[in-house]
Design a binder for this molecule. Structure first.
Ligand code: F6P
Length: 340
C-alpha cells in the first residue's frame, strides 16, 4: 500500500519516532511505500509532500520535533479545504491510506474525513496528556522530565537565598504536567486548573514552609486561575500593558502578601523541545507500528491507543469526548504531602 503520513498541531517529542517506526515496519513487514505531507493538513491541501524511504528515517527515534513540520491548519478550513479536496489529493498521489498524527483538533478533522468515506486513521499526541481514549500520549513524559529537572535546579538556587520559587508549566486546560512534575520534584504547592485554590490558602502554605526554614517551591499550570479572581487574561496585565502569565501574577501576589522574596520561571516551549525520553520513544515507536497494522486492516476512523501496557485500537470518537482532566483524588494524593 502507499501510506501518507502527517504531523499536525503543536509539535511534541516522539513525532519522529512514530514516523520512523511506521516507515520501517511498513517497508519491512509489508513492502509498503510512504509519502510524508509537509506541515500537517496544510501540506495535504497544498499537495506538498515528500516520499519517505528507509534512509530518511535513520536515527529518528531520538530526534525531537518532526521532520515533516507541523501547523494548526484544519482540513475543512478555507476555500481549498474539505473532504473532496483531500480526496482529490490522495487520488492524484495514489495514496491508499492517511495516518494523521496529532491532538484533539487533528483527530477531529481525521474523524470527519473518515465519516466522509476517506481512508484515514489517527495516532494521538499531546504533551498535555489530556486526550481521552488513551492512558498516555508520547511527549508527556518528556515534558514532565524537563519540568522536574527545572524544579530541581530552582530548588537549589531558591534555598541559597531562602526565596520562594514559582515554576509555571504548560497545561492550558489540564494540570497533568504540573501534577506529575510537582510530585516528582516534591513541590510545596501544585496548582492546576481543575482544583480551585485561593491566594490566601497558597500564601498560608508558602509562609508555613518558609517558617520551617525551607525554600517554598510552587508549580503552577498555565491555565490555573486563583480562586476568587478574574479570568487569567483579565488579571494578567502588567502596569506596562504587557500580558502576564499566571506564574508572574501569583509570584507578585505571594511577595506582596507574605513579604517573602519570590521569583518566577515560566518554562514555556522548552518543555516541548529536544529529545524524547526513553518512555516516549518506546510509546511513539509502538504507536507507529500499530498505526501501519491498523491501516493494513482498513480500520478507517479508528486510532491507536495505550491502555495499561497494551496497544489497542479505539474509535476516534473516544478521543473527542471532552478533555481528560486530573481526577480530584489524584490531586488529593499530591495535596496530602504539602501544607498542614
Ligand atoms: O497543547 C500543547 C501545548 O503545548 C499547550 O500545553 C500550550 O498551551 C500550547 O500547546 C502552546 O501552543 P503554541 O505552541 O501554539 O503557542
Amino acid at each position: 500500500m502507499k501510506i501518507g503520513l502527517l504531523t499536525s498541531g503543536g509539535d511534541c517529542p516522539g513525532l519522529n519516532a512514530v514516523i520512523r517506526s511506521a516507515v520501517l515496519h511498513g517497508i519491512k513487514s509489508y513492502g509498503d511505500t510512504f509519502l510524508g505531507f509537509r506541515h500537517g493538513w496544510a501540506g495535504v491541501l497544498a499537495d506538498d509532500a515528500v516520499s519517505l524511504v528507509r534512509a530518511d528515517v535513520k536515527g529518528l527515534a531520538r530526534e525531537g520535533g518532526t521532520i515533516l513540520g507541523s501547523s494548526r491548519t484544519n482540513p475543512f478550513d478555507g476555500p481549498n479545504g474539505g473532504a473532496d479536496a483531500v480526496a482529490e489529493v490522495l487520488e492524484r498521489r495514489q495514496v491508499d491510506a492517511l495516518v494523521a498524527i496529532g491532538g484533539e483538533g487533528t483527530l477531529a478533522g481525521a474523524k470527519r474525513l473518515a465519516d466522509a468515506g476517506l481512508p484515514v486513521i489517527g495516532v494521538p499526541k499531546t504533551i498535555d496528556n489530556d486526550l481521552r481514549g488513551t492512558d498516555y500520549t508520547f511527549g508527556f513524559d518528556t515534558a514532565v522530565s524537563i519540568a522536574t529537572d527545572a524544579m530541581d535546579r530552582l530548588r537549589t538556587t531558591g534555598e541559597s537565598h531562602r526565596r520562594c520559587m514559582v515554576a509555571e508549566v504548560m497545561g492550558r486546560n489540564v494540570g497533568w504536567i504540573a501534577l506529575h512534575s510537582g510530585l516528582a520534584a516534591g513541590a510545596h504547592a501544585v496548582l492546576i486548573p481543575e482544583q480551585p485554590v485561593s491566594m490566601d490558602q497558597l500564601c498560608a502554605w508558602v509562609t508555613e514552609v518558609h517558617e520551617r526554614g525551607r525554600s517554598p517551591l510552587v508549580v503552577v499550570a498555565e491555565g490555573f486561575v486563583p480562586e476568587g479572581t478574574e479570568t487569567a487574561p483579565a488579571l494578567a496585565t502588567a502596569a506596562d500593558g504587557r500580558p502576564r502569565g499566571v506564574g508572574e501574577v501569583i509570584t507578585a501576589a505571594i511577595e506582596e502578601r507574605t513579604g517573602i522574596e519570590t521569583r518566577n520561571t515560566s518554562l514555556g516551549h522548552v518543555q516541548r523541545g529536544g529529545n524524547p525520553t526513553g518512555f516516549d520513544r518506546v510509546l511513539a515507536t509502538r504507536f507507529g507500528m500499530a498505526a501501519v497494522d491498523l491501516v493494513r486492516d482498513r480500520q478507517w476512523g479508528r486510532m491507536v491507543s495505550i491502555q495499561g501496557t497494551e496497544i489497542v485500537r479505539v474509535d476516534l470518537t473516544a478521543a473527542l469526548d471532552g478533555l481528560k482532566t486530573v481526577p480530584a483524588e489524584r490531586w488529593a494524593e499530591a495535596r496530602a504531602l504539602f501544607g498542614r
